[in-house]
Design a protein around this ligand. Structure first.
Ligand SMILES: NC(=O)c1ccc[n+]([C@@H]2O[C@H](COP(=O)([O-])OP(=O)(O)OC[C@H]3O[C@@H](n4cnc5c(N)ncnc54)[C@H](OP(=O)(O)O)[C@@H]3O)[C@@H](O)[C@H]2O)c1
Length: 278
């Protein structure tokens, strides 16, 4: 099963990847091995997930050439300056048993974030080849614009929650013209949005599943990738097959018309999100 690759001047990312939160240990290793066996070539992990060792072990065990796999990690928000960010990333690379990652993200902005300092660290890690591409996650529009205006690091990706009930149009209006890939996290809405009758109806018409419809809607957008998490090979295969589902204009419009205000990931330390949540 071949997945389209989103190619910009700054990265080449398979549009569908495997999310690994909250898998850990042997379960994570087995899930990543299974996904790689099915044809996934994009794996999403993070320092905070506590599974980088398992992800690294699965990649090593797969026997797949490292250059064929797109590996993302993220550094947690308690490293708000360049020095602590760099040190944490060095430890991530060790746990992953990797000389580099394909994408390194600032996981969340924190109120203590020293933006120029962390962007400078990203720029250096990129220049040193330790992070082939760099970006940010959970940045609201104003902060993303600020990071882009500083022009310190070559921001290639914004990873945010995005699904049929949270469209993130305001952020897409920034990322798409800037040639920045948006990676959708929680693309299945934790499984909850899949019960919506609009999704189940479209799925039935296509002989597809609601998860495939939810993912195909995201992948229909310019420069959008998605990292659904699935522990079992059956669901991983189901999600991967979404890459070949083509929805009609009417299907896309029906999903676009759903309310876009459902946010599943909103921890106490989250920034003030853009309003309205388009
Ligand atoms: N940057 C960030 O701050 C951030 C935040 C949250 C998540 N993420 C990333 O995004 C990834 C995905 O997000 P998520 O895990 O929050 O949510 P998600 O991918 O939207 O949903 C995962 C849930 O959906 C179930 N599922 C998977 N495939 C399914 C299918 N075909 N049909 C029905 N249910 C299905 C999974 O169950 P089973 O596994 O049991 O199949 C799991 O319970 C994470 O793993 C992580 O890598 C990043």
């Amino acid at each position: 099963m071949s997945v389209p690759v989103l190619t910009t001047g700054k990265l080449a990312m398979p549009a569908l990847g495997l999310g690994t939160w909250p898998l850990r240990g042997r379960d994570c290793e087995a899930a990543v091995e299974s996904a790689l066996g099915l044809g996934y070539r994009h794996i999403d992990t993070a320092e905070m997930y506590g599974n980088e060792e398992a992800v690294g072990a699965a990649i090593a065990a797969s026997g797949i050439a490292r250059g064929e796999i797109f590996l993302t990690t993220k550094i947690w928000y308690d490293k708000p300056d360049g020095a602590s960010f760099r040190a944490a990333f060095a430890a991530s690379l060790e746990r992953l048993r990797q000389p580099h990652v394909d994408l390194l993200l600032v996981h969340w902005p924190s109120p203590a974030l020293n933006l120029p300092s962390v962007l400078t660290a990203l720029a250096h890690l990129h220049a040193e080849g330790l992070a082939r591409a760099v970006g940010v996650s959970n940045f609201p529009g104003a902060l993303l614009r600020q990071a882009l205006a500083l022009d310190i690091a070559p921001i290639a990706c914004l990873q945010v929650e995005q699904h049929a009930m949270l469209g993130q149009q305001a952020l897409l209006d920034i990322t798409q013209p800037a040639g920045i890939v948006m990676t959708s996290y929680t693309p299945l809405g934790k499984g909850e949005v899949l019960e919506h009758p609009v999704l189940t109806g479209i799925a039935a018409r296509h002989g597809a599943t609601p998860a495939q419809v939810a993912l195909a809607w995201l992948l229909s957008k310019k420069l959008v990738a998605a990292v659904p998490k699935a522990a079992s090979a059956a669901r991983q295969a189901e999600n991967l097959a979404a890459a070949k589902l083509r929805l009609s204009e009417a299907d896309l419009a029906a999903i676009a018309a759903l309310p876009k205000n459902r946010r599943f990931v909103n921890p106490a330390f989250a920034p003030a999100w853009d309003s309205p949540d388009a």
